[in-house]
Design a protein around this ligand. Structure first.
Ligand code: ADP
Ligand code: MG
Length: 292
């Protein structure tokens, strides 16, 4: 039978929007030495905004229409930002078919002009596109996320997307540290400058800020860290369900997260307030002391 202390901790956590799948997950959380966080949509708000647009053929509306058209097929936070930007300008997304997600990189599909793709520099490189176009040089400056649109090796343009750390992220990480968590790392598929900027805002050491990671890289990194001590992984489920499943404690940002993520996880956060997670962690430690 489950000790009363655990039952009461589980229900207290649930009242704060932190759902444990069972007492074992609560006990495991108390023993976690390292927390690994996904960036986009987890440590950041996921409510990103498009800040700059560069269309290489000059027709910005046509460019955004194609970009929004392909991003209409993606569930990534970045895709949402692009759709909102097009809508705000009164631009209708162009029809795009046969889309295939490229986890950690972007998306490919077909529009009336042929095969198109949208994604980060790693996808651009894979397509043989040269992202060194002079018109794009200014985009790199702000440590923001870059999204390129192209047709095969031909680059059609790019946008920058800005996303901010959640207000609750810094206090939550501080509370986890104060609560005995020895190491906190960030894992992201985004570019290093963006990762380092958000990491610095949150007080993470540069060596604990891992960028340019594909979903499989995240799983390998999670496995390597878990070999050295109990590990929790916190993600929103977009491209990180496997890492959630591999961690000793997988924690899914539940409200906006995907069904797959909730299945892979041991803990679901119904609120996006990361301080609720820190609170649940304190609760788990207190409970572990009581039942020991
Ligand atoms: P993270 O949550 O750390 O950003 P993801 O694996 O979800 O990790 O995404 C990694 C990167 O892949 C993003 O930063 C972005 O550059 C790129 N990406 C993923 N999906 C898309 C998309 N639909 N459109 C454009 N870029 C994308
Ligand atoms: Mg993410």
């Amino acid at each position: 039978s489950v000790p009363a202390a655990i039952l009461s901790a589980l229900s207290a956590a649930a009242r704060g929007g932190v759902l444990f799948k069972g007492g074992a997950a609560l006990e495991m959380l108390a023993a976690v030495e390292t927390f690994a966080f996904d960036k986009t949509g987890t440590l950041t708000t996921g409510r990103a905004t498009v800040t700059q647009v560069v269309a290489l053929d000059g027709d910005e509306a046509g460019f955004l229409s194609r970009l929004a058209g392909i991003e209409a097929q993606s569930e990534h936070h970045i895709a949402g930002a692009i759709r909102r930007a097009a809508k705000a300008r009164g631009i209708t997304p162009a029809p795009v078919a046969d889309t295939v997600n490229r986890p950690g990189k972007g998306i490919v599909g077909t529009d009336p002009t042929g095969e198109i793709w949208a994604g980060n520099p790693y996808l651009a490189a894979e397509m043989g596109a040269d992202i060194g176009h002079p018109a794009l040089a200014a985009l790199d400056a702000g440590a923001q996320t870059l999204v390129y649109l192209g047709r095969g090796p031909q680059l059609l343009g790019a946008v920058t997307v800005a996303d901010e750390a959640r207000a609750s992220a810094a206090p939550a990480l501080a509370a986890l540290r104060a609560g005995g968590v020895g190491r906190i790392v960030m894992m992201t598929g985004d570019r290093p400058p963006v990762a380092l900027r958000i990491g610095a805002e949150l007080g993470l050491r540069p060596e604990d800020t891992h960028a340019a990671m594909l979903p499989d890289d995240k799983v390998r990194a999670v496995a390597a860290l878990a070999d050295r001590g109990r590990l929790a992984f916190v993600g929103d489920g977009v491209n990180d369900a496997a890492a959630l499943a591999r961690a000793d404690v997988g924690i899914a940002m539940g409200a906006a997260g995907s069904e797959v993520a909730l299945q892979a996880a041991d803990v679901a956060l119904l609120s996006e307030d990361l301080e609720r997670l820190a609170h649940a962690h304190r609760l788990s430690r207190r409970t572990a002391r009581i039942i020991r």
